[in-house]
Structure formats: structure tokens, C-alpha cells
Design a protein around this ligand. Structure first.
Ligand code: ADP
Ligand code: XUL
Length: 528
């Protein structure tokens, strides 16, 4: 039997899997289920549903994620993946999203029946049919109330690692408890996307790990326990509704027999606590030692790094989470990532090849033309009313707009990540758009350092598989140090290094200041 470990990634638009063989250091299987295309009956667009009366309210469907889990195992088995040899499974969830469960959930999880699908098994357990996800920006009032109760936003950041953010779970729970008090009373347990999926796999309530727990505005970032003052500022009787917090390497249980009987998974496979997608990506990119930086070009564009000690952002824009290694990690999340690049691409009727050609044919710095691509409400900087703002930029000029959206994103990353400390020496790029070398060239030029690309674009699922391996050996009493676990999986693609062009970096050293000024002026004008 090989050393097989499975990593799952329950993300905004899909559920995907990476199966690795640790002994041979190879990825032996991958699979994915797209929420919109494979499970259209839920009516999601890009994996979510929006409230037509309030576009800031953005939810996902927990039952769709359950259907996706069944379908993913079917697909893996159909391609001959050796599911019977899996030693441990872990996973990664889109961060902050919350699932609301009624009394009796423990019994229902324990009794999963392979004769039915997961969604049918768990019918009726949800006290809230849908789950607010990270794209939701509808809780500004609750953020203000929590900040007020705890002595201001920066006091909340000092306590929990982040100022109150609209998408964070605490403000979302507060909104639910205020607007649907009856349903909140009926809620016995609140899970994160990560802990919910782990609970289903193990057939028992799973803990929340410090990687995802730090995305709630409820966890003491230093002790990694629930923060009593934050709980009290958020909702009544909240502690009783939350699972326990436990280290990322906690073994929840063996996989529930449902998965062994129905899908042929090894019945002895351990289920390891899941974490958030960004903490998992930290491992999947090999950032297992402090001081490394990565940018993921996915639906959103999170930029993260690792650090040995806890340092919080004085501007309150960035976050500190627990790293799954037990260290700390920083995260700055730009919401207008791939979706913004796609909006520009589509506005000019281009495909990615056409978009890349536009980048190639336009000069670094775009002759001083700027764009703030806030198609959606933005997280960094905080922008509640979406809108695209142009400086000297003609909306009719397709090529200049393609360059402007990418430059605007990269310059915002450089400006808003300064608090993390020294400028990065190397950046690791991942996510769907990291397949695009022209985008990575802009990144290298703006950051002024080489950019490396990874073969596996799903670093979150790979990180989850590597976390499963690490925790498995720890549980067996044969702990392996992190660098040894990730070696061979997280090396950048040979020859993928994209070097900054010094003359371009010189242009950006000036232009980033102009970009920052344009951003400040625009924010002042908007009054956000
Ligand atoms: P997530 O995990 O957040 O759902 P992914 O990391 O899978 O997202 O990235 C998906 C995105 O990658 C798509 O929305 C698409 O815009 C982008 N993408 C895919 N290929 C390219 C390309 N060649 N150039 C630019 N962007 C791309
Ligand atoms: C992080 C964040 C996003 C989601 C995407 O704070 O909101 O990166 O984790 O899944």
C-alpha cells in the first residue's frame, strides 16, 4: 500500500481534489466538481447566489457542497484513483463562510446512510438554508457595533488579528442573530465551511483550526482560544454554539463508514481538521519557514506570507492568521481578482490570448494611465460602493484597459503589503491566472523581484493533502519535519522564473505613489 493522502478544496466555485503519493512524491489523481455547471439546480452563478434587493448579501448552498462531495468521489473512483489506499484526508475551505446547524446534528452526522446521498442524509439539519460566504459585504453595521463594544477597530485587531471585516464570521453571526432571532435560537452549532466539510467526512463535529478560526473576529490570536470579550460583543450564548478550537494537525476521527461503503475509501483513513484555503495554500506553496511571500490569482487575489511572531497591520487592512505549521501568517485579500480581469476581458470581447497580447503590446506604466478596478465592493482598500475609476484612461481603448486592470491590482498589492515588513526577495504565484506569463511579468515588474510559478495551480488542495500527511505521521508517532513533508511537491516549475525588468521597475517605483494618491483622492471623493 502506497502512502496516499487526499486533499480537498471546497472553494467558492468548485470542490476539487488532489491525491498524492508521499513515498514517490507524485500527484496520482486530481478531480473537480464545478458548482454552476455540474449542479445547476441550485441556481448559483460563480458558486454563489446574491440577494436581488441587496447585492452585498452573497451566500452559498451547503447542500450543493454535499452533492459535490458525493460527485467528486464518484469521479475520482471512475478515473481509477486508489481511494482504498488513502491513509488520511484533510481539506481547505473558502474562509469565513458559516453553516448553521440545528439540534440533533451530532446524531445525524453519526448516522449517515450509504443508501442515500449526503444531501438527503442531512436534509433538515440546517437552521439557515444558505451560508453567507466571504464575498458578503452586508454587515457594516455589525462591524461598527462590535468595534464599539471592544474599544475600537484596532483593539479588535490587537485581540483577534483583524479589525472587524464584513465577511468575517463574527459580524455575519451577529447579523443573523439580530435579523433572524428565532432561527438563531434554533441553531445548536455554527460551523465554518472547513469544519462543516470535515464534520461530514468524519461523521462527527470537527474542531475549527487557528488558520480558519482567525478569520472570525472571535479567536484570541495569541492564545488561539475563543476570546470572551469578542464572543460577548457578537451574539448571545455564542460559545455554546461554536465547536472547539484545536491545532491544525488534530485528527478528528477515522472517515465515516458512509465513504468506505459508498465510495470505496479506506475505512481506516484518518480525517484531519480542515483549515482555510489561504492557510492551506501556505503549505501547498512550501511556505513552511518564516519570511516567504505568495500571491494567489484566483477568484480573489490574496497575498500572504509567513512570520514567526504576531505583528498586526496598523492600518487595519490586513489580517494575521495562525499558520497550519503553528507559526503566524499574514493575509491581505483583494476581492477584485480574476473576476475583475474577466470583466475587462469580456468588455472588449477578448479571450485570454487576446488579453495577454494587449499586455504584451502596451508599455509598463501604461503612459501614466490608471484604473481602480472595483467592479465588486473591495476589501483592500475598503470600498463599499463598487465602481471602476479611471485616470487619463479612455474606456474605449481595449489594450490600455487590459494593462490598467492588472497594473492597478499589482500596484495596490505593493502599496498595501508594506506593513508586512521588508520588500519580498521572491514571490511565489499560484491560482488560475498564474498560468498567464504576461500577468506574471507585470507582477515581477511592479514588485521588483523574481516571480516563480508552480505546476499545481490548486495549492490549497495540495496543501491540504500535505497537512493530512504531516498529521498522519504525527499521530503514528513518526513525526516528519515540514520541509521534508513538502519537498518534491512545492518546488517551483523549473525555468518558470520571471525576472523583473529594471527599466520597468523604475517606472513603477514612481507610479505606485501616483496610484496611492489616486486611490486616496478617490476614496475621499466617495466618502467610504
Ligand atoms: P478559485 O480557486 O478562487 O475558484 P482559481 O484559482 O481556480 O479560482 O482561478 C480561476 C480563475 O483563473 C478563473 O476565474 C479565470 O479568470 C482565471 N484564469 C484561468 N486561466 C487564465 C489565463 N490564461 N489568464 C488569466 N486568467 C486565467
Ligand atoms: C480571505 C478571503 C478569500 C477566501 C477565498 O480572507 O476572504 O481569500 O478565503 O476563498
Amino acid at each position: 500500500m502506497g502512502d496516499m493522502f487526499l486533499g480537498l478544496d471546497s472553494s467558492t466555485q468548485s470542490l476539487s481534489a488532489v491525491l498524492i503519493d508521499l513515498a514517490s512524491r507524485t500527484v496520482v489523481g486530481t478531480g473537480a466538481v464545478g458548482f454552476d455547471e455540474d449542479l445547476p439546480s441550485y441556481g448559483t452563478t460563480n458558486g454563489v447566489v446574491r440577494d436581488p434587493d441587496d447585492p452585498g448579501t452573497v451566500h452559498g448552498h451547503p447542500k450543493q457542497w454535499l452533492d459535490a462531495l458525493d460527485l467528486l468521489f464518484v469521479r475520482l473512483r471512475d478515473q481509477g484513483a486508489p481511494l482504498g489506499e488513502i491513509r488520511a484526508i484533510s481539506g481547505s475551505g473558502q474562509q469565513h463562510g458559516s453553516v448553521y446547524l440545528r439540534h440533533g446534528i451530532e446524531e445525524r452526522l453519526a448516522a449517515l446512510d450509504p443508501a442515500k446521498g449526503l444531501a438527503a442524509n442531512l436534509d433538515g439539519v440546517f437552521s439557515r438554508a444558505t451560508a453567507p460566504v466571504w464575498m458578503d459585504s452586508s454587515t457594516s453595521a455589525q462591524c461598527a457595533e462590535i468595534a464599539e463594544a471592544m474599544g475600537g477597530p484596532l483593539a479588535v485587531a490587537e485581540a483577534t488579528g483583524s479589525v472587524p471585516f464584513e465577511r468575517f464570521t463574527g459580524p455575519q453571526i451577529r447579523k443573523f442573530s439580530q435579523q433572524e432571532p428565532e432561527a438563531y435560537r434554533e441553531t445548536a452549532r455554527i460551523a465554518l465551511v472547513s469544519s462543516f466539510m470535515a464534520s461530514v467526512l468524519a461523521g462527527r463535529l470537527a474542531p475549527i483550526d487557528p488558520g480558519d478560526g482567525a478569520g472570525m473576529n472571535l479567536m484570541d490570536i495569541r492564545t488561539r482560544d475563543w476570546h470572551p470579550e469578542a464572543l460577548a460583543a457578537t451574539a448571545p450564548d455564542l460559545q455554546a454554539r461554536l465547536p472547539r478550537l484545536a491545532p491544525s494537525w488534530t485528527v478528528v476521527d477515522r472517515v465515516h463508514r458512509y465513504f468506505a461503503v459508498k465510495h470505496g475509501v479506506n475505512p481506516d483513513a484518518r480525517v484531519v481538521a480542515w483549515s482555510g484555503d489561504n492557510p492551506c495554500s501556505v503549505i501547498g506553496l512550501g511556505l513552511v519557514e518564516p519570511g516567504m511571500t505568495a500571491i494567489s490569482l484566483g477568484t480573489s487575489d490574496p497575498c500572504f506570507g509567513t512570520m514567526a511572531e504576531c505583528r498586526t497591520d496598523p492600518r487595519g487592512e490586513g489580517h494575521v492568521f495562525g499558520s497550519p505549521t503553528g507559526d503566524y501568517m499574514t493575509l491581505i485579500c483583494f476581492k477584485n481578482g480574476s473576476l475583475a480581469r474577466e470583466r475587462v476581458r469580456d468588455a472588449y470581447g477578448l479571450d485570454w490570448a487576446g488579453f495577454s497580447a494587449a499586455l504584451h503590446d502596451t508599455p509598463p506604466g501604461n503612459e501614466g494611465r490608471l484604473m481602480l478596478p472595483w467592479f465588486e465592493p473591495e476589501i483592500v482598500p475598503k470600498v463599499l460602493r463598487p465602481g471602476v475609476h479611471r485616470f487619463d484612461l479612455d474606456e474605449a481603448d481595449a489594450a490600455a484597459n487590459c494593462r490598467a486592470v492588472v497594473e492597478g491590482q499589482m500596484m495596490a498589492m505593493r502599496n498595501h503589503s508594506e506593513w508586512m515588513g521588508a520588500r519580498p526577495q521572491r514571490v511565489f504565484a499560484t491560482g488560475g491566472a498564474s498560468a498567464n506569463p504576461e500577468i506574471l511579468q507585470v507582477m515581477a515588474d511592479v514588485m521588483g523581484c523574481p516571480v516563480h510559478r508552480f505546476e499545481v495551480s490548486n495549492s490549497a488542495a495540495l496543501g491540504a493533502a500535505l497537512r493530512a500527511a504531516h498529521a498522519h505521521f504525527l499521530a503514528e508517532g513518526t513525526e516528519r519535519p515540514w520541509p521534508g513533508v513538502v519537498a518534491g511537491f512545492t518546488d517551483p516549475v523549473p525555468g518558470s522564473e520571471i525576472r523583473p525588468r529594471p527599466e520597468a521597475t523604475q517606472v513603477y517605483d514612481y507610479l505606485v505613489m501616483k496610484h496611492a494618491q489616486f486611490e486616496r483622492d478617490t476614496l475621499a471623493r466617495l466618502g467610504d
